[in-house]
Each structure stands twice: as C-alpha cells, then as structure tokens.
Design a protein around this ligand. Structure first.
Ligand SMILES: [Zn+2]
Length: 150
C-alpha cells in the first residue's frame, strides 16, 4: 500500500482512473459529492462503473456498491482492480470542496467488498483510489483499507 504518482501507473491503470473520473462527473448529489467507481475484471476487457447518488431527504447510494451490483448483474465474477475517484468535502463540507483528498470506500462498501471476495473465493482485491486532481493516488489491497487495532 502506498501513495503513487500518475507517472507510476501503467497505461491501463491510467485509463481505469480516467473512466472513474468520467463516471464521477455524472454524480447526482445535492451536496456536491462526486464519486466514481470502476471495476475492471480479469476475464475479457469488461468494466463496470457507477457513480454516487446523494439526497438530503432520501439518503445515498455509494458508487462502489453500485459498481459491484453492475458486475454481478452482468454475471461477471472476476474483479481484478477497483478504481475510485472522488471530490470530497474539506472541513467545512457545505462550502469548500477539496481536490486533494483521496477517496476511499466507506465502511459499508469495504464490508460489501470483503463479503464479495470471500464468496467469490478470491484472496484480495486491488484498489486505485485517487484525489479529484489525479495527482495523488493510493495503490492498495482491500485488506490494507480496513482499520487495524494497534
Ligand atoms: Zn460506500
């Protein structure tokens, strides 16, 4: 697990993050969140992407879980890399948005991915999580993203 630069990525990884960013730009959010998730699978060249939907009155759905839903809906069972790009709030979330915060999955999404790879009998899942500017990228395994107790 570690922070990498855009120049450290393969062409395929860059393309995946670009797809996640394009997906994020389609977000529906009354607060301004823009999160995109694209899952690339091992078999073939299939991508499954989704964006967040957020409403103050009815709640939200996360891009990560919706992308996973798409993968299952299309009967693909071989996720290889999950790319996430997000525009996240700074401390004052009602006014300022940060281009430099790296977007990682929330706790519910982490647990959903954990259960998915367990049921798919996979050992782990690779993640690329980027800030909105695309300058800071976290390369990690799903297992790295869970909090640890020290
Ligand atoms: Zn989530």
């Amino acid at each position: 697990m570690g922070i990498v630069n855009l120049s450290d990525l393969s062409r395929g990884e860059m393309r995946l993050l670009k797809k996640a960013r394009t997906t994020a730009e389609r977000a529906v959010s009354d607060l301004g969140h823009q999160i995109g998730c694209v899952i690339k699978c091992r078999n073939g060249d299939e991508f499954f992407g989704a964006t967040n939907i957020r409403s103050r009155t009815i709640g939200s759905t996360c891009a990560e879980r919706m992308a996973l839903d798409q993968m299952y809906f299309h009967k693909n069972r071989y996720p290889k890399v999950c790319a996430i790009v997000g525009k996240l709030p700074q401390t004052d979330w009602r006014r300022k948005w940060s281009d430099s915060k790296i977007c990682t999955p929330c706790g519910v999404c982490l647990e959903t991915f954990r259960q998915a790879i367990q049921s798919l009998k996979l050992k782990d899942l690779n993640f690329l999580c980027s800030d909105w500017s695309g300058k800071r990228i976290l390369r990690a395994k799903l297992s790295d993203l869970f909090p640890t107790i020290t």
